[in-house]
Design a protein around this ligand. Structure first.
Ligand SMILES: CC(C)(COP(=O)(O)OP(=O)(O)OC[C@H]1O[C@@H](n2cnc3c(N)ncnc32)[C@H](O)[C@@H]1OP(=O)(O)O)[C@@H](O)C(=O)NCCC(=O)NCCS
Length: 184
């Protein structure tokens, strides 16, 4: 099922035919360096794919979605929205990971911006977050480019991370063109 579309990308539910591509993504240590809970085997990848096939089982509107380059219909990664409980609060994360061959073309920013927009405007969340390793400079840059701001350092059972957040009210301000009323 299609979730959203951008100029260059189509995001849809994962399908079993994505398994080899998803496993290839997770088999690249450069991709998983900062994703400590990434699947490490084909079996674990299948488990993750099955978990997200119809959206997150407990929150079907969320999930990791196949990210397809429209130019050639190629699977280039998985991006989406993930539910977490952080400090006892329900949070929704904008998540993104692309095959290395597609880095550096603005594609993650394009996907993440559209996901943020979808989370705010279609799903009506008032706050979205990103959980990022402090050494993951590319991911921090993507988060900043879509309007996320560093909030605090956090820690869960997997380890420490930086919490980036964006409020809908702040984001509306960012995306509304400024007017010059009152200026002479
Ligand atoms: C993070 C990731 C999705 C970025 O994908 P991408 O398509 O290359 O990102 P974009 O091209 O949209 O933008 C990357 C930005 O980060 C910058 N960047 C890239 N590497 C960087 C680095 N090592 N240090 C600082 N900035 C860096 C780029 O210059 C660009 O910023 P700019 O447009 O201002 O120049 C990609 O590196 C990836 O899939 N990494 C592995 C998975 C991962 O770590 N996901 C995030 C988990 S929190």
């Amino acid at each position: 099922m299609k979730i959203l579309e951008t100029k260059r990308l189509l995001l849809r539910h994962l399908e079993m035919s994505d398994l080899d591509d998803l496993f290839a993504l997770y088999s690249d240590p450069a991709v998983t360096q900062f994703i400590p809970d990434a699947p490490t085997t084909l079996a674990e990848t299948r488990e993750e794919l099955e978990w997200f096939q119809n959206g997150h089982p407990e929150h079907p509107e969320l999930g990791l979605w196949a990210t397809i380059h429209k130019a050639n219909e190629q699977f280039i990664g998985r991006c989406g929205l993930l539910p977490w409980t952080i400090d006892g609060c329900f949070e929704v994360e904008v998540a993104y990971a692309l095959k290395k061959a597609f880095w550096g073309q603005g594609l993650a920013t394009e996907a993440a911006k559209a996901i943020l927009n979808y989370g705010f405007n279609q799903l009506h969340y008032t706050r979205l977050v990103s959980l990022i390793d402090s050494d993951n400079h590319a991911s921090i840059r993507v988060a900043e480019k879509i309007g996320m701001q560093f909030e605090k350092e956090e820690k869960d059972e997997i380890g420490p991370f930086w919490l980036y957040t964006c409020l809908h009210s702040f984001w509306v301000g960012l995306s509304t063109p400024k007017t010059n009323f009152g200026q002479t």
